[in-house]
Design a protein around this ligand. Structure first.
Ligand code: UD1
Ligand code: MG
Length: 453
């Protein structure tokens, strides 16, 4: 094993993705809450440089890529003349880069870091060009890997160019290639397009390298890793494959899933030990669940952090910025957005808590609404420790309710409430003796007159 060389990823993402039948560039369709492109980028998060070859929808592709890696460089391939040409477009950006280039496809989300490490160790064994292959169930239109002597790779032959004999080969090309940067661009510079498709085939570099006395080899991985997305049906298949693996991983890490097939994770969901997840729970991106948390049925969580011992749901919605403290309770039909609940705080029923800071052990009654939005701006609500918010309180932010304060049920809080004070805004209640019966009788008489005439 050689020591790991600095690596640059070159991700090919210029293709249109015609079969997606979409206005969105193919690589921006999402899988487990992240664009396909971001999954490809995660194959090597230590890469020193990431270069994305974009074409169709390049501006959108750049914007999305930068969300996941602000340093990613975008190069434009205006005409899609083939995979070899696409790699060549990255040459100037990587001029002077000393290290290996790994070529990936933006529409192939499951290539694992382990597989890339295996390719790099084959480089360490002295091979100049390392290709990632797989045994294909149905080799169809994949390029075929033609093996040479020992562990050498003699050539990659595109299905369109292959003989009957070559087509019988089941070891196929995934498209992933690893080589020294300078050498790769030299090899790519020699590719010609005198083939059936008049395309510059990246795969030609194997024969070019062999002719120059360099050594090529193939490393293999399971076919599942090489799954490329060309259609919405394949996207759904990939999602299913991702979820199946994520459920198994969550259970192996010590979470109980009552109905695993109904739980959906995001690409980056973090779940602690002894977490109980009920049926029909959906995780969006950027969610962390600490150990000992219970997520009851039918919850939707994204961009949130839930601390140990908290109980969420059933039927809760946690939106970005929800920070749920230890042993806190979020009950049914509660929505929390950009709000912090301290240790032991409770919001058990039918509430909206947005842009708020809720103190330790505060109790938020049923139907409480933080009125955080005036139609133009968002405002903050602060509720002190141990405060008791009566049912159906409307809290017009910005406002602060003090520690140990109370609000009477139905109160509309329009100004700060001092510590230990009770806020109440109600018309005093009165009883009118017999009035209910008199009104009912009156109404019945009116109805009887109407029915007659
Ligand atoms: C390629 C390989 C084939 C391999 C297969 C695996 C070549 C010549 N063939 O074939 O051996 O079995 O992938 O899926 O490399 N792209 C660009 N610019 C271009 C052309 C392609 O960015 O000019 C991108 C596409 O968007 C796509 C990827 O490169 O993400 C692969 O291109 P595609 O046309 O799908 O190659 P295949 O014909 O499938
Ligand atoms: Mg393809």
């Amino acid at each position: 094993m050689g020591s790991k060389m600095p690596t640059a990823l070159v991700i090919l993402a210029a293709g249109k993705g015609t079969r997606m039948n979409s206005d969105l560039p193919k690589v921006l369709h999402t899988l487990a809450g992240a664009p396909l492109l971001a999954h490809a980028m995660r194959a090597d998060t230590d890469a020193e440089k990431v270069v994305i070859v974009a074409g169709h929808g390049a501006e959108q592709v750049a914007k999305s890529a930068h969300l996941y890696n602000p340093d990613a460089e975008i190069v434009l391939q205006t005409e899609q003349l083939g995979t070899g040409h696409a790699v060549g477009v990255a040459r100037d950006t990587l001029a002077g880069f000393e290290g290996d280039v790994v070529v990936l496809y933006g529409d192939t989300p499951f290539i694992s870091p382990e597989t890339l490490r295996e390719m790099q160790s084959a480089r360490g064994r002295g091979h100049d060009v390392v290709v990632l292959g797989f045994e294909a169930q149905d080799p169809g239109r994949y390029g075929r890997l033609i093996e040479g002597t020992d562990d050498r790779l003699a050539a990659i032959v595109e299905a369109k160019e292959a003989t009957e004999e070559q087509l019988a080969v089941t070891l196929c090309n995934s498209g992933v290639v690893c080589a020294d940067a300078a050498q790769l661009f030299d090899l790519v510079g020699e590719i010609e397009n005198n083939n059936a498709a008049e395309e510059y085939y990246l795969t030609d570099i194997v024969e070019i390298a062999n002719a120059a006395g360099l050594s090529c080899t193939a490393v293999t991985c399971p076919e599942a890793e090489t799954l490329g997305i060309n259609s919405r049906a394949q996207l759904a298949e990939a999602e299913a494959a991702f979820q199946a693996r994520a459920r198994v991983a969550a259970m192996e890490n010590g979470a109980t899933l009552t109905a695993p097939d109904t739980v959906f994770f995001a690409f980056d969901t973090v779940i602690g030990r002894d977490v109980l997840i009920g049926p029909n729970v959906v995780f969006g991106p950027e969610t962390t669940i600490e150990s000992g948390v219970e997520i009851r049925a039918f919850c939707h969580l994204e961009g949130c952090h839930i601390s140990e011992g908290a109980i969420i749901g059933p039927f809760a919605r946690l939106r970005p910025g929800a920070e749920i403290g230890e042993d806190a309770r979020i009950g049914n039909f509660v929505e929390v957005k950009n709000a912090r609940l301290s240790i032991g705080a409770k919001v058990n029923h039918l509430s909206y808590i947005g842009d708020a800071d809720i103190g330790q052990a505060a109790n938020i009654g049923a139907g409480t609404i933080t009125c955080n939005y005036d139609g133009v701006m968002k405002h903050k609500t602060v509720i002190g420790a141990r405060a008791f918010i009566g049912s159906n309180t409307s809290i017009i932010a910005p406002v602060t309710i003090g520690e140990d304060a109370m609000t009477a049920s139905g109160t509309v809080v329009t100004k700060d409430v001092p510590d230990e004070a009770l806020a109440i805004s109600r018309t005093p209640m009165v009883n009118k003796p017999g009035l209910a019966t008199r009104i009912k009788n009156n109404l019945r008489a009116i109805k009887a007159r109407k029915d007659k005439g």
